[in-house]
Design a protein around this ligand. Structure first.
Ligand code: OGA
Ligand code: MN
Length: 293
């Protein structure tokens, strides 16, 4: 018997058992994981504390592992784990000590507190984000996921018609700007804005989804303030309680999310506690409509 999935939430989250991700994953299990991700969008694998090498190997099973974020933006803060294939999303300094609230490594993770899909601002975005918890904090620090397919289904008719032919522009630093994180002009320009239809169809499930996240900074054809106000409204709609799953981390949890189906965000916690987390991301093969400066 291979990997088993049981729904955590009937709509979009499943828990995986009967698999050890430290060992090579069979072709059948890999296919079952892809299918389950198409169906649910979020898969929780408890008890899978992987080494760096094992985490990278797991990522490679599902596509090319992204290095661009690490190379363009993260490595010049620090590269504690010594690889471009894993992003250290911990609140730790280069020596592995708790960095504290004012350290750049901590501040840079604060941008993750807005609802987002990893890489929505890239021409070639991210398909899967795989998070692995090494430690967990005593309060808060959950990662929440919100279902973009259910959000599309729940739109009222007027709004659905309005967004159906719209194209949005997504910018990497839109969230960081709102937080007034003082990034350099070079970093702010590291990724040109990507253009995306606001309604997309998921290739694996055929379901339509509302492609909106906190990187959406402009909607083409609408006055700038109107588009930005609409973006906030749609994100609020996506993040309604009935479409949200909140993952409280236990060390060793591995969560795999399909960025085309769900948004996610990190929740507040006390920065004097150790939250050690690793992330591997795979590239999608569907490009955006292009990029603009
Ligand atoms: C991320 C992210 C959320 C969290 O690493 O891409 O959004 O809870 N993380 O750390
Ligand atoms: Mn993220």
């Amino acid at each position: 018997m291979g990997v088993q999935f049981e729904p955590v939430n009937p709509e979009f989250v499943a828990r995986a058992t009967n698999i050890d991700l430290r060992k090579p994953v069979s072709a059948e299990d890999k296919e079952a994981i892809v299918k389950a991700c198409d169906r649910y969008g979020v898969l929780v694998f408890p008890g899978q504390l992987l080494s760096k090498e094992e985490l990278i190997a797991f990522g490679h099973m599902f596509g090319e592992v992204d290095k661009t974020l690490q190379q363009k933006l993260m490595n010049h803060i620090q590269n504690r784990l010594g690889t471009d294939e894993i992003t250290d999303i911990s609140n730790l300094d280069a020596d592995g000590n708790v960095a504290g609230a004012t350290h750049w490594a901590t501040i840079t993770t604060v941008g993750n507190r807005f609802w987002h899909s990893d890489g929505s601002y890239k021409e070639l975005p991210i398909r899967y984000s795989i998070l692995n918890a090494v430690t967990a904090v005593s309060w808060g620090g959950e990662t929440q996921y919100a279902d973009l397919r259910a959000a599309y289904d729940a739109l009222d008719d007027v709004t659905r018609a309005m967004v159906s032919d719209k194209v949005g522009r997504f910018w990497s630093h839109n969230t960081r700007d709102q937080l007034r994180i003082p990034d350099s002009e070079k970093d702010r320009a590291a990724f040109p804005k990507s253009r995306w239809p606001l309604v997309r169809t998921h290739p694996g499930s055929g379901r339509k989804l509302l492609w909106v996240d906190s990187k959406l900074c402009e909607i083409e054809g609408l006055p700038l303030p109107e588009g930005r106000a609409l973006a906030f409204e749609l994100i609020e709609h996506i993040g309604q309680r009935e479409r949200v799953y909140s993952h409280k981390w236990t060390p060793g949890d591995l969560v795999m999310a399909d960025n085309r189906s769900v948004l996610h965000r990190g929740r507040r916690f006390d920065h004097s506690e150790r939250r050690e987390m690793r992330r591997v991301e795979t590239n999608d093969d569907v490009k955006s409509l292009g990029v603009v400066a």
